[in-house]
Design a protein around this ligand. Structure first.
Ligand code: TXA
Ligand code: MG
Length: 309
């Protein structure tokens, strides 16, 4: 028997009230942020957080990002130094996550940090996540709202297809803006490239430290994290007959991330394009070369993971 369909409600007062009720009741709710849809639950209660892991089928050593409504709420949970404060000032609310020492006695379930002495924290800008944080009145742990190892969702329908009725409610507020998960910074190192580029971070912090290897220093930066179900080939200018070709710039492909070669537009469309490629009848996926500068670094990071077997 197929799973019953999940409830999808458009963003608005009734949906928000029900979402807050579910969160307070310890249930997970799927909610959009400016990056991707998240699966949010009360970060202060282990049993609520455990329901996130259960719905995602995620290995429990993988720590989650804590979302708070404003920098003051972040300072209550984590210890900020001058660098962290400068980054928060520059990019919050927005698609930046800071890995910081967990404040002693902070009300964060240890399942959120996977027992680490640090916590990943961010202040999202999206109106739906902001409204839910304020209505629920507690920090929300939220990984991307997909089954572990699947592509991150940029639309409510992606969440429904990946998680089905394991989530009681999906708040639908349309496609997400950035389309890629937040940039994660720990100290002077970019642990995960994202919508805030290395250049932007360096403009605040000065020279950055090198990412070591694959930066699995962010546990959960598993190499095959963003995997479609089909083989993916990268830097392809001419695709084979059995490949769904995702184009960019002058390479049109079967569909394009951005015909004008706009990297921001490409980032916003990337996961949606991978979802469509996965659903296409062709057996394999090919992707045109994407320049590695600016947000192109984050796009190539996700593509490398999508192609890894
Ligand atoms: O844009 C985003 O960041 C989305 C939206 C929903 O906010 N969330 C997201 O969460 O991408 P998730 O769980 O898919 O990725 C969280 C990343 C993982 O790579 C995890 O290992 C890392 O953050 N992380 C979490 N806590 C950490 C910590 N204390 N130290 C190092 N890395 C940490
Ligand atoms: Mg994820």
């Amino acid at each position: 028997m197929p799973d019953p369909a999940p409830r999808i409600l458009p963003f608005g007062e009734p949906a928000l009230a029900e979402a807050a009720r579910l969160i307070i009741d310890g249930q997970p709710v799927a909610v959009p942020t400016e990056t991707v849809y998240g699966l949010a639950a009360d970060a202060t209660r282990a049993e609520a957080v455990a329901r996130i892991y259960a719905a995602k089928g995620r290995p429990s050593f993988n720590p989650l990002i804590v979302h708070v409504p404003d920098p003051a709420a972040a300072e209550a949970l984590a210890v900020f130094d001058a660098d962290a404060r400068a980054l928060a000032q520059a990019f919050w609310p927005g698609p930046l996550t800071l890995v910081l020492p967990l404040r002693e006695g902070a009300p964060v379930a240890s399942l959120v940090t996977a027992g680490l002495p640090s916590v990943a924290i961010r202040v999202p800008a999206h109106r739906a996540m902001q409204a839910l944080l304020r209505a629920a009145g507690m920090p929300l742990a939220a990984p991307s709202a997909n089954r572990s190892g699947h592509i991150s969702p940029t639309r409510a329908e992606h969440v429904a297809a990946s998680l089905g009725a394991t989530v009681p409610l999906i708040l639908d507020d349309g496609p997400t803006e950035a389309g890629l998960e937040s940039t994660i910074v720990g100290g002077r190192t970019i642990l995960r490239p994202g919508p805030i580029t290395a250049e932007q971070v360096a403009a605040v912090l000065g020279p950055l430290a090198e990412r070591v290897g694959d930066a699995i220093t962010a546990p959960g930066q598993l190499l095959s994290h963003y995997a479609p179900s089909k083989p993916v080939r990268l830097d392809v200018t001419a695709a084979d007959a059995d490949e769904w070709h995702i184009g960019f710039g002058p390479i049109a492909g079967d569909e394009t991330l951005s015909s004008g070669g706009d990297l921001t537009q490409a980032a916003a469309r990337l996961f949606d394009a991978l979802h469509r490629a996965d659903a296409a009848t062709k057996l394999r996926i090919a992707v045109a070369p994407i320049p590695a500068h600016g947000i192109g670094e984050a796009i190539n990071d996700r593509l490398t993971r999508a192609a890894y077997r």
